[in-house]
Write a new protein. Structure first.
Length: 256
């Protein structure tokens, strides 16, 4: 890790329906009317229109934390909660109010509402082996149009749905073009994964290279072709979409 501070946008994906193992563990702990949110940390808020699912690491330790008594709860990694406690995200500074422990595998299949996503009925929580417990919130929202990691994992989940214990249709969704770039067209991640012949989410070295290329091309040369800021450059649109999400109470700032 460098010495710089990473400013993330922490998005709030509200639980609509728990997967059965998670339902058992939260039963009786969340009062009627209490809202639980999965909280992915992203550096690309301008891509949130294209969310198709949200990833957790199946073996990572997560928990639900009470943000407003009886009303609002966040699902994040234990590690992220410790950081959040010192960023005035929880009610008492320095205290992380844990109410239930969960493993990533417990929540796979949970249905959540993803702000701005064209999937307006909701998206599923799905497993991603390459999620790092040591970064962000340990929750990663998936945008397969612009993130090579997300695209590669989506392809893997579609191919081996049964092996991963998911329904194929939870992963197998149409990919929305959001950003047009001169070198890679309007589905940057798909273009790069195919061009670099990346066959699996385990091709870590190539995926890191693809991620770098996608990020630079998108940020410096990309133009929005979807959403309220269509026509603007990605550089201009990024802070505008972020501010919209913050103003709507659908996201908050998180740094580490
Ligand atoms: B980004 P940095 Cl469209 N493990 O959001 C693995 N990856 C993680 C993570 C974790 N614990 N926490 C966050 N991330 C991902 C969108 C996106 C992202 C797009 C394109 C590129 C991209 C949708 N997924 O990231 O190491 C999250 O995915 C490439 C830079 O802190 C987050 O932003 O620089 C990004 O990695 C944070 O990466």
């Amino acid at each position: 890790e460098g010495v710089g501070v990473q400013e993330y946008t922490a998005l709030k994906l509200r639980v609509k329906e728990w997967a059965a193992p998670a339902q058992k563990k939260v039963e009786g702990l969340i009062p009627e009317g209490g809202k639980v949110y999965f909280v992915p940390a992203t550096l690309r808020p301008e891509t949130m229109y294209g969310q198709t699912c949200c990833f957790v690491g199946p073996a990572i330790d997560y928990a639900i934390y009470e943000v407003e008594k009886g009303k609002e709860y966040y699902f994040v990694s234990d590690r992220a909660a410790r950081n959040m406690a010192f960023q005035s995200i929880f009610p008492t500074w320095g205290v992380y109010p844990k109410i239930a422990d969960l493993k990533g595998s417990d929540v796979v299949g949970t249905l959540v509402h993803a702000p701005l996503s064209v999937q307006s009925d909701g998206v599923r929580i799905l497993p991603m082996e390459s999620v790092k417990a040591s970064k962000g919130t340990g929750v990663v929202t998936s945008v397969p149009s612009d993130s090579p990691d997300d695209y590669a994992t989506m392809m893997e989940l579609v191919k081996k749905a049964e092996y991963y214990g998911i329904k194929k249709e939870w992963a197998d969704l149409e990919i929305l073009p959001i950003i047009e770039t001169p070198s890679y067209g309007n589905l940057t991640a798909k273009f790069l994964v195919e061009k670099m012949k990346i066959n699996s989410p385990k091709d870590a070295k190539q995926l890191a290279e693809a991620k770098d290329l996608a990020y630079k091309e998108g940020f410096y040369k990309g133009k929005m072709i979807y959403g309220d800021f269509a026509g603007k450059s990605v550089e201009e649109a990024k802070p505008l979409v972020r501010q919209q999400l913050l103003d709507a109470g659908e996201a908050f700032a998180y740094a580490e």
